[in-house]
Write a protein that binds this ligand. Sequence first.
Ligand code: NAP
Length: 261
Amino acid sequence: MTVGTPIERIWPAPVTGALTDPQLTALYGRADRPHLRVNFVASADGAVTLDGYSAGLSGEPDKRVFGLLRMLCDGLVVAAGTLRHEGYRAVRLSPERRAWRREQGLAEYPTLVVVSGSLDLDPAQAAFADAPVRPVVLTHADAVPPPGLTDVADVVRCGTDRVDLAAGLAELRRRGLDQLLCEGGPHLFGALTAADLVDELCLTVAPLLAGAGPGRITAGDAGVPRHLPLRHVLVAADGVLMLRYARDPAETPPAGAAPAA
Ligand SMILES: NC(=O)c1ccc[n+]([C@@H]2O[C@H](COP(=O)([O-])OP(=O)(O)OC[C@H]3O[C@@H](n4cnc5c(N)ncnc54)[C@H](OP(=O)(O)O)[C@@H]3O)[C@@H](O)[C@H]2O)c1
């Protein structure tokens, strides 16, 4: 496949020359157990948005890895806030990436999973209306869906008055969605971190200072710091860093386990 800006691995062992898509696919890979990967892009000074959106932080190398990570997952998890704000469209993959998934015995497309407490969702949004696979909405027992939402998505209730994320992830895994990719946003990432459900963080660092104002990649209530070992450092020729942090598989709690204290 033709690639644009070259991406090289500089750590742990430098790999000379531009990485191909199959090499990048192998570097990120799929875990051999249920796994939650989170993917964000930030500026060098830690901003999660530029002019209110992530697009200004993301260039061609980030988009390339972003697409590969979508190719690798069973379920694509996104918070309702980001779905609404970024105007999520239906998940699409190139014919090559769909062929790769078929070769691996995977469904042709990942399933979109939206996390919402309010169910303030528009069934006409393309993410639902044009979805190639019926999306799942994780919510709680008290939430009332808007007209039409259950026509275009499975509404799954986990928790009575708030979304129980551990139970939600266990339900996704019961449906065969073992490899989950979360694309944010910050409040969902903060809640997943607080519940100790994050196995991996893929972080693209754009070489720019956004200045004061924008938030971080995480938001919400303060939690317990958790060590997350660095696994690789990639650098694109335009100075963009791509960092992959993941915990040791032995530290991964069993799916559906109660969050660590
Ligand atoms: N740089 C990046 O990589 C990146 C990635 C993603 C997003 N962003 C940016 O982040 C901003 C959006 O952030 P945000 O603060 O709105 O956060 P968010 O986490 O995207 O959305 C918050 C909303 O999602 C739902 N939600 C999140 N966590 C939940 C939980 N634990 N339980 C139940 N519902 C939950 C709720 O929706 P309801 O209101 O429906 O209950 C909540 O109001 C946007 O500016 C977006 O561009 C940047």
